[in-house]
Design a protein around this ligand. Structure first.
Ligand SMILES: [Zn+2]
Length: 325
């Protein structure tokens, strides 16, 4: 007997996957470094930042986006109460929260001497913590996470990165919630992801490779799609990494080759991110929540992508990724 899970947890509670509608598959509300910020920053003002976020997400909902998938976890300043406060004022938008740890190198200091590699070697505590976020709630609230997030970047598969990735895989095995992995396609980190998650028995169809849109290597991307991975074409507007035309052309060619059912679209934007000096934002004029609807979708349609393929990437694929069979 096979059961299908047709509801997904959001910040405002479970929503039928059929009601997710137009979904941007990788957008943050806030990306913060709470420790550094408390020590050094004079940019943060809680009331102002919450009000700005409400304004930006209201505009996003007004253009027809019903859902954003927010992979903000430990390492990115996750504060689910703050996101819930924002979402309360934008109830027309679903925000899907994540659990996991975001690191490119070592585990956060909190986990350094808790778990494998500690003296003495201890069992991995991350697995139960991640499962708790999925089954009970995040940070003592009843808001449940709906997917897992981990990362691998220019340092490759460090012991810390591998520890998080395997913990995510084991929590996935217990819960069935899907897995999103931050990648650096220029370093072909996807090969390590495929190997480690493969060893853990994770089905590639449950795995979203984030930031594949930073690559224009269509053969490489088609190969990953063929293995079953969902490709995050998810950094539209981050043009210093890859320009608009290249990002669009890559999606167009993958659609032409029949892979629209293996791609999702997003900006990896945030209402506020403390990683960037504010004077840099004018150099990223398209890095905002509206760019896909205002510029990218028209360009895709113009270059031969069909409305049905756009709907795959914005509606059908997000829905299918959250449905568990
Ligand atoms: Zn991100």
């Amino acid at each position: 007997m096979t059961a299908t899970v047709t509801e997904v947890e959001t910040v405002r509670g479970p929503v039928p996957t059929a009601d997710l509608g137009v979904t941007l598959m990788h957008e943050h509300v806030f990306v913060l470094t709470p420790d550094s910020q408390a020590n050094w920053s004079d940019e943060w003002d809680e009331e102002t930042k919450v009000a700005e976020a409400i304004d930006k997400l209201t505009q996003l909902a007004a253009i027809g986006v019903r859902t954003i998938v927010d992979p903000t976890v430990d390492g990115l300043g996750r504060d689910i109460r703050r996101v819930a406060r924002v979402n309360e004022a934008v109830p027309q938008l679903n925000i899907i929260p994540a659990t996991g740890v975001y690191t490119y190198a070592d585990v956060p200091g909190f986990f350094a001497e808790r778990g494998p590699g500690a003296l003495p070697d201890l069992p991995e505590p991350m697995v139960d913590l991640f499962v708790r976020d999925i089954t009970e709630g995040i940070q003592g609230t009843d808001v449940k996470a709906a997917f897992f997030k981990c990362a691998i970047d220019h340092h490759g598969l460090t012991p810390g990165v591998e520890r998080v990735m395997r913990a995510v895989a084991r929590a996935h095995a217990q819960t069935g919630a899907p897995v999103m992995v931050h990648n650096r396609p220029a370093g072909n980190t996807m090969a390590e992801v495929a190997r480690v998650l493969g060893e853990e028995g994770v089905d590639p169809r449950r795995v979203q490779l984030a930031h594949m849109g930073d690559s224009s290597d269509v053969d490489l991307l088609a190969g990953l799609a063929e293995q079953g991975f969902l490709l995050g074409m998810d950094r539209f507007g981050l043009e210093p990494i890859l320009g608009f035309e290249e990002r669009v052309a890559t999606v167009v060619e993958l659609c032409r080759r029949g892979w629209s059912h293996r791609m999702v679209l997003a900006h990896d934007a945030a209402c506020y991110i403390d990683w960037l000096q504010p004077d840099l934002l004018p150099f990223l004029p398209n890095w905002n929540y509206l760019h896909i609807h205002e510029d990218v979708v028209p360009a895709l349609l113009d270059r031969g992508v069909t409305q049905e393929q756009v709907d795959d990437m914005l509606v059908g694929n997000p829905r299918a990724w959250f449905e568990r069979r």
